[in-house]
Structures are given as structure tokens and as C-alpha cells.
Design a protein around this ligand. Sequence first.
Ligand SMILES: [Zn+2]
Length: 455
Amino acid sequence: MRRITKRVYGLLALVIGFACGLTALAGSLAAHGAKWAGSRANAHVFSNGQLVSAGGIYDRNGVALAASAGGERILPESKTTRMATLHAVGDPQGFISAGVQSVFRAKLIGWSAWNGMYPLVRYGRGSDVLLNLDAELCATAYKALNGHKGTVAVMDYRTGELLCMVSAPSFDPLHKPENMEGDEKYDAIYMNRFLHGLFTPGSVFKIVTAAAAIENIPDIHTQVFTCTGKYATGEGYVICSGTHGKIHFEQAMNNSCNAAFAAIAEQLGEQKLRAMAEQLGFSRQYAIDGIPLSPSRFSGGGMNVLELGWAGIGQHTTLANPAHFLMLMSAVANGGEGAVPRLVAGIRSPGGFVAAYGRKESGVRLSAATARQLVELLRSNVQNKYDSDGSEDAMQLCGKTGTAEVNGKKPHAWFAGFSANPQTPYSIVIVAENGGSGQGVAYDIAAKVMRAVCG
Ligand SMILES: [Zn+2]
């Protein structure tokens, strides 16, 4: 009898052990299944470490940006399209971690916690990812960057649909260059500069300073500023790029006068300027389709009056993320109600069923009255300064250029703006890294891309 009891206990211990093991396995499968299924050792999906048998990635017009056929990954025929969409789609080896092929890998290979690898076994592939991007517009933007490092992005500011997202430098995934490491030409090649770049904003930051002035300085529109080519703060000078004489707020914005904006920053004080920067999304963590952006950073606390002057014109230690700046422009364009950009439109199951992906999310917000005044100022910039022949009148292009000084190199050229014509509700951001002048370089790129999208 004693022996039997012993055996029963022994058996019970075995059963409990087995049950625990099974639970641990199920838990582990739920937690890590997507990773295991998506492992490059999985021969159903990968060949030589490359994704070969998976769902496709399509642009808004149904153009395949990556698709699987016959055990191979097929990419667009045009080299420019392959290079222009590389950072959005991701590279075959997965070095571009923010690319759709990495972020949406579980969907593309057809793994789900519920069905495991069933879709892959049944259909030979997973779901398709349908993007809001327009591949042709991306190619136009990539060409317009003309060899500059940087980024160009365009969104529909009413819906949040991201129509264009280009990051450079890029490479052709079919002919990947060797020895990119350490070559300055391929600096931070795997980074998507739109999502994760942080750049000194220079004068595009004057939009933030202007918003703070509109809300905190009641007589801002009637004040007269004097620019002698520099502004004395008492701690040193903020240098202007011109000698603008006596000017009003609007003219200060048109001429991007550093002296006037340093004076405005001083009137505001650090606290009010910081409060507006934070209201407009500085230091905030946004994400696009689950991909976290690098948050923009306003200059460090406790600035002296000279540092505050430089901060007011987007210098000092302020850094801006291009995706965040596009969100900021979208909020201004859309009456104060900004949306978060949306890269992915839908997921198409192997059976052909399309499910919409994500939903419209609220982004940067500001008061409708402030947004309206900013639209007028930004439209006046284009009319009076950037667009000499009225080519952008039909789209009512609004915006601000920036020429951001960086240590020891050519400045970054920025443009942030939008079309105020309700028929073409598109906002745009450009950064040409060490590209030179905002008005000379970035505005030309913006005009080309906006003409392509607005028609
Ligand atoms: Zn000036």
C-alpha cells in the first residue's frame, strides 16, 4: 500500500510538472511567438536571412513596393522608387528597424497568437500592408532633395494620411553598397530622419516664438522693432542676417529678423516661451503607427538673456524632430486641430479581406484664433519673400524657411508649411542637412514637391 501511495504521488508530481511546463510554453509562445516565427532561421519565411515568403507592401495606388513571388522578394523596377521608399518599406535584412518590413513583420509573415503560422501554411504568405504613401510622390521628393541628406514628408492635414516620407542618404536594396560603415556619405544610413532625426531648427522655430507672442503680448502687431544687424541683450549680441531697420511683427517674420525675434523672446521670458513650445509638442512623445518618434527638445532651463535670445530664433540647444514639425504645421493649417500622421492605411488578409488600420489621432493642438493669425503670417512670408512670381498662389502656399547654424559645417536648410487652399489640404516639412540656405535650397524643394502633390 505504501508503495502504491508513493507511486501516486510520483505520478501526480509528474502531471503537475507537465502542466506547469505546458503553461510556461503557452505563455512563452504568446509572448515570443511572433519573434520566433519571424526569426531569420525560419526557412518558411526567410532564405539567406532575407524575407522571401511574406505579404506585400503596397502604396495608396496599389503599386507594389515589396511583394513575394516564387520564393523571391520582388521590389519596384525603378531604382529611384526603391531608394525613395527604402526607409518606409525597410531593407530585406532588417537593419532599418523602423521600416514596415520590421515593424509589421508578424502581419507580413502571417503569424498571430491565435492561429500561429496557419495563414502561412494555408496561403503560403501572410497579410499585405497597405500604405497611405504615394510612391511616385516619394520619388519626386527624393529627386528634389538632389543628393542632400535629410528628409521630405507630406501629409493630408485633415485626415493625417502620410503621402510622402523620404529619408536620405538611401541605398538601392537590390545593389547594396559594400563598406558603408565609416563612410561619411552613408552617415546614419539606417535611420529614418523624418521619424528619428533631431536637428537645430533655426528660424522655423520663429513659428513657436510668434505663437507665444500672439498669445502673450497684446500689442505685438503694433510694436516697432529696430534692427541694426544685431540685438544687444546686455549679456552679448544676437546677430541678424540683415539690417532690417524699423519693422513691424509681420515684416520681422517675412524677413526672419533675428533682432526682432530676440527682442520678442526677451519680452516673453523663458517660462512663457517654454510653455508655448511644450503646448506645441516639444518634449512630448508621439508615435506614428506604434513607432515612437524622437521628441523635440527646447533649450535647457535657466537660460541667461543672451541664450534666451538665441533660443527664440531656434538656436542655442533647441532640437526639432521633422515629424513633430510636420504635425505642428498640420495643426496650424487645420484651425488648431492637428492629427498624428498615419503611414499604414489597412491590412489585407491572405483571403483578400481589407481591415482599416489605426484611426485618426489627435496631434498638436493650439487655439483656433492663434492658428488663424499664424496662417496669415505664413502666407505673407511666401507672398512677400519666397515666391517671386506667384507660382504658388493657386495652392495658397504658407510657410517658414530656416537656415539653422551648426558648428563648423554648412547650415541645415528647413522649410515647414502647407497649402491653405481647402482643395489641396497638404502640409510639408523639408530638412536638407548642411544644405545651406532655407530660402535658397529648402524652399525650392518644397515648391517642387507641393506642385507635384497639389497639381
Ligand atoms: Zn534683422
